[in-house]
Write a protein that binds this ligand. Structure first.
Ligand code: SAM
Length: 274
């Protein structure tokens, strides 16, 4: 079960109001949404996720929760009223990582799919059939910050893996044992970001969130790597309609990191609409 990250901190920064309207743009297993309901029973929440499996697994039953399967990059087309707060908990959930058939993890063998919304887009293994080496090198370098992107891209293009197991085997052959799991993590991250257009979704999602916030409403973003955090930091700083409330990102306490190691890299930033 996915354990929500920075829950107390998020409730504090979102500044939950008893009758407020909130949007959880990354509903997942509903951990943050549940915590908002526990804090204020009368709130209304729009819960959005692009992953049908996440939505069908959801356990929260409340008339105050409106669940929508959508991409948060289209927020202002989906939500037609002004809201008090918008939350993004970017990335993938434990359930997604732990489902071999989704292809998100190098720890399990399964199809190299990597799509968050399996009804849209093209699975990763099909994209790899079309790619030139330069395209893939760019993706590994820019979305995975992988130093050996040229060599890895060349091997992937030559072997065209269809499963996570085949991709892992290619990387195993060309990288030393020490540091290999970090290389794998960077390669999977890069491919996932590309397949789901994650950075562009985040940029557009932040603009959309700003549009639907009422004056004094807050947007909170929890991100897990520097590429995302940079986008959030810059957007908050440069958007004239927002004032930054967290001068430095809020990090999880040591007790949270030891309980939930997935929270280790989390950073929360918050801004308020003027
Ligand atoms: C880290 S999980 C969220 C976990 C959730 N906060 C919880 O406590 O259970 C991120 C979720 O966001 C969804 N997601 C990622 N990008 C999305 C997008 N552009 N639009 C809608 N949902 C997205 C993923 O499918 C995933 O379920």
């Amino acid at each position: 079960m996915h354990e929500p990250v920075l829950v107390e901190e998020l409730l504090f920064w979102l500044n939950i109001k008893e009758n407020g309207i909130y949007v959880d743009c990354t509903l997942g297993s509903g951990g943050h949404t549940k915590a908002i309901f526990e804090k204020a029973k009368k709130v209304k929440i729009y819960g959005i996720d692009r992953d049908l499996e996440a939505i069908s697994r959801l356990k929260i039953k409340s008339k105050k929760l409106k669940v929508l399967r959508a991409n948060f990059r289209n927020l202002s087309n989906i939500i037609e009223e002004k809201v008090n707060g918008v939350l993004f908990d970017i990335g993938i959930s434990s359930e997604q990582i732990d489902s071999p058939e989704r292809g998100f993890s190098y720890r399990f063998d399964g199809p190299l799919d990597l799509r968050m919304d399996q009804n849209r887009g093209v699975p990763c293994f099909e994209l790899l059939e079309e790619f030139k080496r330069d395209d893939l090198e760019f993706i590994l370098k820019n979305y995975g910050e992988e130093r050996r992107s040229k060599k890895i891209a060349a091997e992937i293009i030559k072997n065209k893996p269809k499963t996570t197991g085949e991709l892992v085997e290619i990387i195993r052959r060309i990288t030393p044992y020490k540091g290999r799991s970090r290389v794998l993590a960077r390669v999977f991250q890069a491919l996932r970001i590309f397949v789901n257009d994650e950075l562009e979704c985040l940029r557009e999602g932040l603009c959309e969130a700003t549009k639907i916030l009422e004056k004094g409403g807050r947007v909170c973003v929890i991100s897990y790597h520097s590429l995302e955090d940079r986008i959030v930091k810059r957007y908050f700083k440069e958007e004239p309609a927002l004032i930054v409330l967290t001068k430095k990102p809020v990090r999880p306490r040591e007790s949270e990191v030891s309980r939930n190691p997935r929270s280790r890299s989390a950073k929360l930033r918050c801004a308020e609409k003027q």
